[in-house]
Design a protein around this ligand. Structure first.
Ligand SMILES: Nc1ncnc2c1ncn2[C@@H]1O[C@H](COP(=O)(O)OP(=O)(O)OP(=O)(O)O)[C@@H](O)[C@H]1O
Ligand SMILES: [Mg+2]
Length: 253
């Protein structure tokens, strides 16, 4: 299999893993709420009976563990030498490098190692047999990661782009949308996160992104000060937004 330039050998038995659906959550650059949206969507879907594998692809600066209060908890390896994912809620299985490498230790990996690790995050983990889909939290400027997912999941991979209304965030997200269009990655939805913070100009900015991205469904998640308290509370407060997002990514309950 090719994930960019390097070849990563995948055992035959593991190829079924890439037959599952994969939804990545990305943006252009840091901070608009990728992890927040990925974690809340995963928690929402798991609460509604799906089995979700949430993969933290932000390998140099992982955060998914923090959103579920499992930071510092190490993952076990089973008798088949597969990593046992964390299960912070029923039906929600989490694989984060934050649960492998202790906090504060720098992760100085090459592009090739990042690509290899991302593939192993699927093939070396003891995911439940009946997993419904993967959700992948992408890092900022995630060219390698997006290509690796696309090379392996192919048409089963689609993406959700997250932006705020700030013009810099929208400009970065436009580049990411351009990358998706160039690489043939379907953009399932755009999330205008922290909606309201940047007023009517923010809305105009996001609308211009929408056009360039081929008019996928737009989901507006309000700017909410309560976010400081609990990283995974948005889906409870704005359930209808996450239902709309779930529908946009093609989940049928
Ligand atoms: N809807 C919202 N309302 C208010 N604050 C929010 C909202 N969504 C996210 N935040 C806050 O914004 C900050 C950045 O969120 P998050 O870590 O999810 O962004 P990110 O895009 O994953 O960042 P990075 O690029 O560093 O991975 C966090 O402090 C989070 O609590
Ligand atoms: Mg993040």
């Amino acid at each position: 299999m090719y994930g960019g330039n390097a070849v990563t050998m995948i055992p035959r038995w593991a190829k079924r893993i890439f037959k599952r659906r994969c939804i990545s959550v990305g943006s252009g650059k840091g901070g608009p709420g990728k992890t927040t949206i990925a974690a809340n969507l995963a928690a929402y879907l798991a609460e509604h009976g799906l089995k979700i594998g949430l993969v933290d692809a932000d390998i140099h600066t992982p955060n998914v563990d923090c959103f579920f209060g499992i930071e510092g908890e190490r993952m076990d390896v089973n008798e088949d030498m597969l990593i046992v994912p964390k299960e912070p809620a029923k039906g929600l299985y989490v694989m984060s490098v934050g649960n492998i490498i202790p906090s504060g230790v720098p992760i100085l990996w090459s592009e090739e190692k990042v690509r290899d690790f991302l593939i192993k995050a699927f093939t070396s983990v003891d995911w439940p047999k009946k997993l419904d889909l993967y959700i992948v939290d992408l890092p900022p400027a995630s060219v390698i990661e997006l290509r690796t997912l696309n090379a392996n999941f192919r048409k089963r991979h689609s993406t959700v782009l997250v932006t705020t209304g700030h013009k810099a965030s929208v400009a970065d997200c436009k580049r990411m949308a351009g990358l998706c269009l160039t690489e043939g990655v379907k953009i399932s939805a755009i999330v205008d996160n922290m909606h309201g913070r940047f007023g009517s100009q923010g809305e105009k900015n996001v609308e211009s992104l929408l056009k360039e991205a081929g008019n996928p469904p737009l989901i507006r998640v309000p700017d909410d000060p309560g976010m400081c308290v609990d990283g995974c509370y948005l889906y409870k407060k704005y359930e209808h937004k996450f239902l709309k997002l779930a529908e946009a990514v093609g989940v049928v309950f």
